[in-house]
Design a protein around this ligand. Structure first.
Ligand code: HPA
Length: 278
């Protein structure tokens, strides 16, 4: 058995030596959404390359560092950028940061991503709270021998996306006057955007959103009993929904545009999630 657990413990100890803060909430900030972590105070910023065992990200718009700092008086661990399976990383590498969070004592993870909108009720720039996922990546971070120190062989995924956190988020969004949607996220390997036929297929099987991330991390988080909130930013309508090509610049432009709403929403939900994991 590979000793992912021991590596995760060493990386967790390495990180906790750099700060007196002991966060119980982690944020994984996707494409273009990493800026929130720059606003944390009393922070340490650790490039992924310096953390033993951490994979470094190659995607444009992903800074690749871990920020531990305070939002108000709430300590957080925030990943600015993540790595993806399409970059050639193994599922174990992709989920290693989540494993480290588990060993650091993180109890709740908030994951964000850029996604294509399949549900026609969404518009470009919509924020969508994930209710569930469909794993079509053909890979699973739990494949291989199970390490019972992380969690059980056959973890339940019925409530992978915490109902209470979704409610908290929907209420917060209404209070802010920027209602959010809910939907099912289908994860594909990528890196190409989907074909229109693939999007028709995804719609038929019940997907509202499509993306290339998040699902491996959620599976690893749930394996360890970490509660999950996941929010997608619809950066573009999925292939064939509108008759126009999709490009990465558009994805980054949209995240830049909704950044303010997104940060406001995060700030509103964080204290309530902190109460839950106190
Ligand atoms: N498809 C897959 N992943 C994405 C998309 C998309 O249309 N937009 C942003 N990430």
């Amino acid at each position: 058995m590979s000793d992912e657990f021991t590596y995760a413990e060493s990386a967790a100890a390495f990180i906790l030596r750099q700060t007196p803060l002991r966060p119980r909430i982690a944020l994984v900030l996707g494409s273009g959404l990493g800026g929130f972590a720059d606003e944390l105070t009393e922070s340490v910023k650790i490039p992924y390359a310096e953390i033993p065992g951490f994979p470094s990200s190659t995607a444009v718009g992903h800074a690749g560092r871990l920020v531990i700092g305070n939002a108000g008086d709430l300590p957080l661990a925030a990943m600015q950028g993540r790595v993806h399976l399409y970059e050639g990383y193994s599922p174990t590498q992709v989920t290693f940061p989540m494993r480290v969070f588990g060993r650091m004592g993180i109890k709740a993870a908030i994951l964000t991503n850029a996604a294509g909108g399949i549900n026609r009720e969404y518009g470009q720039g919509a924020l969508v709270v994930m209710t569930d996922h469909i794993n079509l990546q053909g890979q699973n971070p739990l494949a291989g021998p199970n390490d019972d120190r992380f969690g059980p062989r056959f973890p339940d995924m019925t409530h992978a996306y915490c109902d209470k956190y979704r409610e908290i988020t929907l209420h917060a969004a209404r209070r802010l006057g920027k209602p959010v949607h809910q939907g099912v996220y289908a994860a594909l390997l990528g890196p190409n955007y989907e074909t229109p036929a693939e999007i028709r297929y995804l719609r038929a099987i019940g997907a509202d959103l499509v993306g290339m991330s998040t699902v491996p991390e959620v599976i690893a988080a749930r394996h360890m009993g970490i509660k999950v909130l996941a929010i997608s930013c619809v950066t573009n309508m999925a292939a064939g929904i509108l008759d126009q090509p999709i490009n990465h610049e558009e994805v980054l432009e949209t995240t830049a545009r909704v950044r303010g709403d997104f940060v406001a929403l995060l700030r509103a939900v964080l204290p309530e999630i902190a109460n839950d994991v106190a």
